[in-house]
Design a protein around this ligand. Structure first.
Ligand code: SUG
Length: 447
């Protein structure tokens, strides 16, 4: 077997709900207080994983985090039994309980930035958990993300783990959602593209006016240093502030790369011509040939790009060319669907299209690419990866049965105060660690 890219998808957690927690994420803001269906959400995610497995891709799964986050509630002064902590938080600070009950860890593209061994100075795969500093409900994710990644990729001969960057506005880091890699083949040295929304040390640089820029240049630069990337294998690019203001809160909502292909919107980057030039030059020095596929704003507006999540598609390598896995919502935007049909008819590396229904996640702004963390692994590194999280048809069957047994089919944020939901979630997660053979992972299992 050669070097493979493994997609590790986050399993949707039992508290999936719509709380409107993400300013600048139009879907999250628009779905606030609508009832969610955690069971359907988890099954939709599993159906996507199963489809990729059927198509011959190596697929992994990452467990959800424990929510509501009782440990943080206690650290903030809510005391008593678990039920009392929930009741007190619901009474005194309902918004806090809502934030600490979010199932947002499902979007594993935000769990970490990962650099394959072919790019790093020591040949190991490097991981840095994202600090997700921009939002309270996500800023509590890094310790558990780091713990699970260390468990799955535990062999220090193959894998290096860095702690999340300092949790401070200067170093806002959203992980792989703002990171892409171009290469001739997965196993060859590539060029890593780090996209940021603002420069903390350069307040004169253009900034979005309406919505926050979550990632800083300073964070991106630190990641490239930590991962031991060569300067000629790295490109930094500022996101177009107009795109952020149109609802592009992460770069993976407006661009996606795979192999030598970069699919991007005309308005993705602030200085697009320079970015493409630098990428092409650096990739050429690594024997590659950049194929930039630009979608002009005249064909697909920023608004349509955000509504359809076209660029949050997964771009995957197959023996006969690339495959694009797009969300169902692309069908609903006539212009986007027409562009996709024209793409398939034209002579370009994208030969196949796969449509997936991820509506539950999409209503919170999480498309196909948000749900997965890409990890490029050599056969030796794959063999050193915890096998319990690598999907097989049998594992997929048992995860579907597990969801059916434990998940509710209706949830609103008020339900987060229900002690019964906490018990149900813990029972589910406890069983999940057995199914995935992960041992004691959650704090309630370790006391
Ligand atoms: O961080 N939504 C997530 C969506 C993350 C998508 N990830 C990528 N683009 N890679 C976010 O904005 C909404 C939660 C709520 O409103 O209930 C939320 O956190």
């Amino acid at each position: 077997m050669s070097v493979v890219e493994v997609n590790f998808d986050g399993l949707v957690g039992p508290t999936h709900n719509y709380a409107g927690l993400s300013p600048g994420n139009l879907a999250s803001m628009g779905s606030r207080e609508q009832p969610a269906d955690p069971r359907a959400a988890a099954l939709q995610g599993l159906a996507k994983m199963r489809r990729l497995l059927e198509l011959g891709f190596v697929q992994g799964v990452l467990p959800p985090q424990e929510r509501p986050d009782l440990a943080t509630l206690r650290a903030l002064g809510f005391a008593g039994s678990d039920a009392q902590v929930l009741a007190r938080a619901a009474g005194e600070a309902p918004a806090l309980l809502t934030a600490l009950g979010s199932a947002a860890s499902m979007w594993t593209a935000n769990a970490a930035t990962v650099s394959p061994g072919a790019d790093t100075a020591d040949g190991r795969v490097h991981f840095t958990a994202a600090n997700l500093h921009a939002q309270l409900h996500r800023s509590i994710e890094p310790p558990a993300s780091a713990r699970v990644l260390q468990k799955i990729f535990g062999d220090p001969r193959h894998f290096a783990h860095h702690p999340a960057l300092p949790a401070q506005a200067t170093f806002g880091d959203e992980g792989a959602a703002n990171h892409a890699r171009l290469c001739r083949a997965h196993g060859e040295p590539g060029v890593e593209l780090f996209v940021y929304g603002r420069s903390a040390f350069d307040p004169q640089a253009p900034q979005p006016q309406r919505f926050p820029a979550r990632q800083t240049r300073e964070a991106s630069a630190a990641l490239a240093r930590l991962h031991g990337l060569a300067a000629d294998g790295v490109v930094f690019a500022q996101q177009n502030p107009a795109a952020i203001d149109a609802g592009v809160f992460h770069n993976d909502v407006i661009a996606v790369a795979n192999g030598e292909l970069l699919l991007h919107h005309e308005d993705a980057f602030l200085d697009g011509a320079r970015v493409l030039d630098e990428l092409a030059g650096k990739l050429a020095r690594r024997g590659g040939h950049l194929q930039a596929l630009c979608v002009p704003r005249a064909l697909v507006s920023l608004e349509q790009a955000v509504r359809s999540y076209l660029f949050n598609s997964q771009l995957l390598t197959r023996a006969d060319g690339s495959m694009l896995l797009v969300p169902e919502e692309c069908r609903e935007q006539a212009q986007v669907w027409a562009w996709l049909q024209a793409l398939l008819a034209a002579d370009n590396p994208i030969r196949a299209l796969e449509v997936v229904d991820l509506r539950q996640s999409m209503r919170n702004g999480g498309g196909p690419a948000c749900l997965r963390l890409r990890v490029v692994l050599t056969p030796g590194q794959l063999a050193a990866t915890h096998a319990g999280v690598l999907l097989t048809p049998t594992l997929c069957d048992s995860l579907e049965r597990w969801v059916a047994r434990h998940y509710r089919d209706r949830l609103v944020s008020r339900d987060l105060a229900d002690p019964q939901l906490l018990d149900e979630s813990r029972a589910a997660l406890d069983e999940l660690t057995q199914i995935l053979k992960l041992g004691a992972l959650y704090s309630f299992q370790r006391v």
